[in-house]
Design a protein around this ligand. Structure first.
Ligand SMILES: [Zn+2]
Length: 330
């Protein structure tokens, strides 16, 4: 079954009425079970190894201690393929914001276009925490010294969008309470096996924060209280991940028990998590009884494709001080 390509998504401030939090980085259980069974492949410790430390939220999004004990080493290995695409996808932000991954802040190294070395951008950290930015093409950046703003084009390396989606799905399923694993078994099957038939909403919503960055990544998994309205329906699960200066949201594929006949003639409504709250300057509004109005800006990116694709990321930021040395590198 196919839904129309451009799903209806709108910000209606009703997210909290539709969705209930069922799992989060705050409530992740940290008990080591007596018998270890992998939630992803269903195998137990007699069949597979559980030697590696498995993170519910990969450390590439920032150091964290969100560890799960029900992910086996083979699944961990398999998912690392998806995670490397997730890492490349968000690398400009992780690098610019300075998010420390497993060991250090990642350097950014761009792709080069048409075999032309002049299209390369890179960003490196020195040992004393300074950023060195290599920009070969003048087209790739704009500096406004007076206003202390800068905009840089990062030429991201090629990634498979569907792997980015699957890496996010894996995070979501790590936070799914044990009692709901069976209900959403089909999602686990699809994560493991590309031939599993599934209906999914491939849009990733991103809000870039200008007033806040997250020291540690945090994750929230929500389930809809009510799926159907007269005209529409809500996807059952949605995932929100906060890291760097990003709030990312996806909707999970539909479960096997989803009532497809009932959804006939209805369109999916994608309720957006109110990420803008992080961008509100609360100091400014203190003591004012006027309602807070904000421009809610988000970006939507389709992660449907299984083919390698490239994408540029333009990041705007402000700086306090810096020296601009224009030098030619070879
Ligand atoms: Zn496994």
């Amino acid at each position: 079954m196919d839904f129309p390509k451009n799903n209806i998504h709108q910000f209606r401030n009703s997210f909290n009425e539709v969705y209930t939090l069922i799992g989060s980085s705050e409530t992740l259980p940290d008990n080591l079970p007596n018998v270890r069974v992998c939630r992803f492949c269903g195998k137990n410790e007699n069949e597979v190894y559980f030697k590696k430390i498995a993170h519910a939220c990969p450390e590439l999004l920032g150091q964290n201690n969100l560890v799960i004990y029900d992910e086996c080493d083979s699944c961990n290995e398999k998912f690392s393929k998806y995670e490397s695409h997730l890492s490349k996808f968000f690398l400009p932000y992780l690098s610019v914001v300075g998010v420390k991954g497993k060991k250090k802040i990642p350097d950014f190294q761009s792709r080069k276009d048409n075999e032309d070395e002049n299209t390369r951008t890179s960003l490196k950290y020195t040992d004393d925490g300074k950023i060195i930015l290599y920009l070969n093409s003048l087209d790739d950046y704009k500096v406004d010294v007076e206003n202390k703003t800068m905009s840089i084009r990062f030429r991201n390396p090629a990634i498979k969008p569907i792997y980015v989606y699957k890496a996010l799905l894996k995070i979501a399923l790590s936070f799914l309470p044990q009692c709901k694993v069976q209900k959403y078994q089909l999602l686990f099957d699809w994560l493991q096996n590309e031939n599993t038939e599934i209906v999914f909403f491939s849009t990733l919503f991103i809000t870039k924060l200008t007033r806040k960055k997250f020291g540690k990544p945090s994750v929230q998994l929500y389930e809809a209280n009510k799926i159907f309205t007269d005209k529409d329906f809500h996807p059952e699960l949605t995932l929100v991940v906060n890291f760097a200066n990003i709030v990312a949201q996806i909707y999970l594929p539909l479960s096997e028990s989803f009532d497809y006949p009932k959804s006939d003639g209805k369109s999916p409504i994608l309720e957006l998590y109110p990420a803008f709250i992080y961008n509100v300057d609360s100091e400014k509004h203190k003591g004012s009884d006027r309602p807070i109005t904000v421009n809610y800006r988000f970006e939507s990116i389709d992660l449907h494709s299984e083919r390698s694709s490239i994408r540029d990321e333009v990041i705007n930021f402000t700086f306090e001080s810096g020296s601009f040395n224009i030098s030619k590198s070879n």
